[in-house]
Design a protein around this ligand. Sequence first.
Ligand SMILES: CC(C)(COP(=O)(O)OP(=O)(O)OC[C@H]1O[C@@H](n2cnc3c(N)ncnc32)[C@H](O)[C@@H]1OP(=O)(O)O)[C@@H](O)C(=O)NCCC(=O)NCCS
Length: 193
Amino acid sequence: MSEPQEKRILPSVVLETERLRLRAFLEDDIDDVLATCSDPDLQRWLPLPAPDTPYTRKDAEEWCREAAPGFRTRGEGQQWAVTEAGSGRMVASIGLVRINWAAMNGEIGYWTSPWARNRGYMTEATVAVSRWSLDQGFRRIEIKAATENLLSRRIPERTGYTFEGVERSAMPNHGGRRDDLAVYSLLPSDPRP
Ligand SMILES: CC(C)(COP(=O)(O)OP(=O)(O)OC[C@H]1O[C@@H](n2cnc3c(N)ncnc32)[C@H](O)[C@@H]1OP(=O)(O)O)[C@@H](O)C(=O)NCCC(=O)NCCS
């Protein structure tokens, strides 16, 4: 069996789409990250920072200053703040994470701020990050969402990912709940999103 491949530091990139600019998180995003990650609709599906632990300003500060930039510098992927090209305001977060460098597999994770949902922003950001990831040589990109999180499942379904099945009881959530996860994937041989 071959040795696991070394971690790679992905290039620090800004991705631009028709309406969005995906850039690194900044100090200025702390208030918007706090407001978004405290949102009950987000907490229902993403137990940040951990199950049964309230999200605080300190969590938002750590995310913008250390945790998000650290994904790239530790060779664990890349996180982007999604901003509106016009206003410059942060409207979402998207990352390429859980990378298996030996296999060149990665997973896209995301959330959109309550004030920016249902405008097609996460669809647009997911297309951009998916294309970029394939261009970096990734051989398999996954998106996972709780089976009952239909809004999240619509993102891979709308952007050319293939539904593969369900990981049972895979995601610890608040109150001892564990969610089943629907697994979607995109391969270089699939039609480009
Ligand atoms: C799931 C989530 C990320 C979706 O983000 P979003 O930015 O609202 O998603 P989009 O706007 O791209 O898509 C939502 C709807 O907007 C519609 N839409 C509106 N304008 C659009 C446009 N110009 N282009 C494309 N779609 C548009 C889409 O058709 C879609 O509707 P549909 O599902 O009925 O087809 C967001 O609801 C969220 O953050 N939820 C809480 C956290 C969460 O669940 N994260 C994921 C964990 S796996």
